[in-house]
Design a protein around this ligand. Sequence first.
Ligand SMILES: [Zn+2]
Length: 122
Amino acid sequence: MAKTLTKNKQMVQYREALREKAQELRRNISSLAASEIVAHREEPNDVVDLAGQSHEEWLFLNRNAQNIALLRQVNEALERIDEGTYSVCAGCDQPISPKRLAAVPWAKYCIGCQEKHGSWTN
Ligand SMILES: [Zn+2]
């Protein structure tokens, strides 16, 4: 009983952390989108500007894609809290260590499985 209560309290904390992260990511995504609109208002005048702009655009798309991918992981973690499958590794069904969840609350895999799947988190 006491253990269940502790677990519920932890879930509330994880949920809070995930919601904060989701908000932060949404802010990042919208401010990146806004800066892209500003950047596109100026027409490139010569080849040098064009090259610069392409690079900026690439950076923007790359960063935004990372934010969007991370936001998806955060949202999936929130769904797992609702489903009751949160903090269980999706690869081996073993509990993910609280230390790992404190650092990466949206972790879907334990460290062992994460290494097998490659480093797409963070
Ligand atoms: Zn695992």
